[in-house]
Structures are given as C-alpha cells and as structure tokens.
Design a binder for this molecule. Sequence first.
Ligand SMILES: [Zn+2]
Length: 364
Amino acid sequence: MPAFVPDYSRQTRLHGVGEAGQAKLADARVLVIGAGGLGCPVLMYLAGAGVGTLGIVDGDRLDASNLHRQTLYDACGVGKKKVQLAARRITALNPTINISTYDEPLHAGNIADVFAQYDLVVECSDDMHSRYLCNDAAVTTVTPLILASIYQYEGQLQVVSASPGTPCLRCLWPDEPAPGIAGSCVESGVLGSVPGVLGAMQATEALKLLLDLPRPADNALLLVNLLEGSSQRLSIDPARGCALHGGCIEVARQSFAKAKDERTVDLAFADLADAIAAGYTLVDVREPAEIEAQPLSVSSRSLPSTQIETRAAELPDGRVLLICASGRRSGHAARNLRGQGLGNIHSLAGGLASLTPARHRMPG
Ligand SMILES: [Zn+2]
C-alpha cells in the first residue's frame, strides 16, 4: 500500500490557517486527558487536523455503557483498554501523527513533568479531582489548558491560558469540592451528543490556540444549555487572575511539593536538625552496638533494620526518616515498609556518612 499523504486543503484555504498554520499544527504537541465522551471528538478533530503529536491519558477499559457517547469505539472493543483502542483508531484516521499513551491517570507526583512535555492540554475526564490537578499543573508549568464539564443537558467550557494575570479554575472556585458533591455521568445520566458538542468546542479552542487565532472567550466561563438551546458567557475578572492575587499558583506549588515529598523514598538533608525541622521523626535503624559507638546528636528512636518489618506497628505516625550508616539498610527497610502499604516512610540518602561533617563531629 502506498504511504498515505494527508490532504489538509479544506482547512489551509482558510484565512488564519494557510500553509504556515498547518506547519504550526504539525509541530504541536497536545495532551488529551480522558478518552471518553469529551475526549473522543477532541482526539478525532486534532488528529484529523494534523496536530503532530497527541498524548492520550486514560486508565479505563471500554464498557458497553460508554458506546452511546464515546465515538472512537465499537462493540468489538468492550473490555479492552481505551488508550490502546483510541491510539489504533487515531492512527487509522491519520497515520502521519505521533501518539503517546498513558494507561494510568496522572497524579500529583508526575503530572507537572508530563505537562512540561506538551504545548497544550485538553482536560476531558469529566472528573472534578482531575480538573483541579490539571489546573494546578497548568499554572505551575505555564501550559494552556482547556477545561470542559457536562451535566445532563448542560456543559461548561473554560480556557485557562496560564499566562501571567489571567484567571484559572481556582480563581473561580478556589477549593476542590468534596467527592460526591458534583454529579458524574454515571450518577446523573447524559445524552450522548452533549459531550460531543462540548468536546467539539474544546477541539475548536485547541486549534484556535495552536493557530494563534483570536480568542476573546479566554477569560470567560461559557455555559451551554442544549435543552434550551442557549449559551451564556460569564466573564471572569482578570483582576482576580492568578498572577495578581498569587494564591492559586502558591496553592498548586504546595500541593505538588507535598505529593512529591511523599513519593520520594530517599531524602537528602545536610543536617539531622533540618530533617526534624521539616517535620520528620528520626528512627535509627542501626544495631544497638553501632548506636552506642556513634550516637546521634539529636533525638531519635531506635528500631534495628533486622527487626523493623516485624515491628512496623511501633513506627511513629506522620513523616518518618530512617537512618543508618550508609543509607543502604535504611533505604532497603523503607522500600520494604512501603511495600507493606506504609506511606510517608523515607530514608536518609547516603546515611550518616552523607551529613555535613563539621556539624556532626563527635565531641572530644
Ligand atoms: Zn487562579
């Protein structure tokens, strides 16, 4: 079969696109979070338009109840991983584009690193927690984000351009609502075409952004009611923008720093007092004879690495830093304890040998 040559002539003849615009699309990298009712039209239109690289994030398997609104799939795919089905369908639509798949949801520990690899993110999960996580990653990495949500016959659309002084999701609603407050498609029901309309609107905003077309709706929240056939644009005061009030970016940075900290096992400190100041309880995992020969200069508990796994119940609550001479035994113990389901257990990287010597010289 001869190599497929895409024909973008129907869009390149538009003023505002042209060959220069097509080249911008070919260079663009777009991440689509959620390959469901919103994500299907987004992926199809972006692939069809020739966006050079598409990332697809989805942890779910296709369910028969998805088919009324998730237009990338068919009955043969039920039970299979949606990212794989979506990637195959998108490749069939446009074999010239690159596709990366992520078959687990992004989390606070990796989302900013993934966002940094893309020019633009389209959030299509229809999940409140994901929307806040994506908003925080967008403002901290300065990656534009297109948010949409649906509720029965209605939808909302917000473009977070993430440039300084422009509003984000937290500018509108500062705090993530408790789980269960916002309705999902599973609980509230949805007409299949409603996410189709909102997803097509997200795809349009994405293309406008990549093509540098005018975007007067960026600082507004668009409300669409498809039962009434009405829409409303609520402007968000740019004076409340993140860069001016500062709060949203700070909230995002703190939540990422906390998540990253919790996921990292080996932590480096110049001084044990710094670890205590950072809220860690120190647990010395060396054998009693070693501790006697070289006691720590700060307060700590003792639980030898040879017994720590069977005596895990004796570990203090909160952040725990295990310490040994070289970091080997403490690192091994921390990983085994995490394997048992204990979170927030860390190891002093490099052990006591790594500490700044002048401040830990033995007296005398
Ligand atoms: Zn904000």
